[in-house]
Ligand binder design. Structure first.
Ligand code: HEC
Length: 182
């Protein structure tokens, strides 16, 4: 039975149930969200036309890190990220071969200077510690200061190389000197 106002009213056991039409504005929102859902799904997940929020977030963090490393290229983070770049490590290795191998050995396993492939360090093993050892040296102990000779950029590259070989424990290396480092 149709009530006025286009309402359908049903009555069972004296309980009245009204079946109202949903208002158009409400239906409009419902169907818009369904259409939006498909659009979103295709753009972000199927066709990947735009980076999804997690990817966007990771990109932003990457850009921030790069900017921070560029602003402070001698920081632990900046040096550690150089050590992951094979091209930089290879350049550092060349400088090491011509400049450092005479005292630290061709494989950095130690001669006059300590073994740089173990995980025992006299002056610390953080990236900044290694760069500092190299830059300032310990002239009274026979380690020249390389900062003025090599310049900051080469110091960074050689530091990257040393970080890449640290704790690789080349066979037949010189006995450990200094303290073990985690
Ligand atoms: C003339 C010899 C000599 C040369 C060349 C030399 N070193 Fe050294 N190096 C030493 C000695 C000796 C020590 C140990 C200093 C000490 O006992 O405090 C040392 C220490 C170090 C340390 C600190 C190790 C630790 O256990 O903390 C680092 C890092 C290092 N050298 C890197 C280099 C790099 C990189 C080069 C080349 C750019 C280089 N050295 C060239 C002799 C040398």
């Amino acid at each position: 039975m149709n009530a006025p106002n286009d309402k359908i009213v049903r009555r069972y056991d004296d309980i009245e149930e009204e079946d109202n039409h949903l208002p158009n504005w409400w239906l409009f929102i419902l169907f818009s969200t369904i259409v939006f859902m498909f659009g979103y799904w295709f753009v972000y997940h199927t066709l990947k036309l735009l980076p999804s929020p997690p990817v966007e977030y990771a990109n932003e963090i990457d850009a921030l890190k790069k900017a921070r490393n560029a602003a402070n290229p001698m920081s632990d983070d900046a040096l550690a990220s150089l050590a992951k770049d094979p091209a930089i490590v290879a350049e550092g290795k060349q400088v090491f071969a011509s400049t450092c191998a005479s005292c630290h050995g061709p494989e950095a396993a130690g001669l006059v200077g300590p073994n740089l492939t173990d995980n025992y360090w006299l002056h610390g093993a953080n990236p900044t510690d290694i760069a500092k050892s190299m830059t300032d040296g310990y002239p009274e102990k026979g380690m020249p200061s390389w900062g003025p000779i090599l310049g900051a950029e080469k110091v960074r590259k050689v530091t990257a190389f040393i970080l890449s070989i640290r704790n690789t424990n080349v066979a037949g290396g010189k006995a450990p000197q200094g303290d073990p480092v985690n």
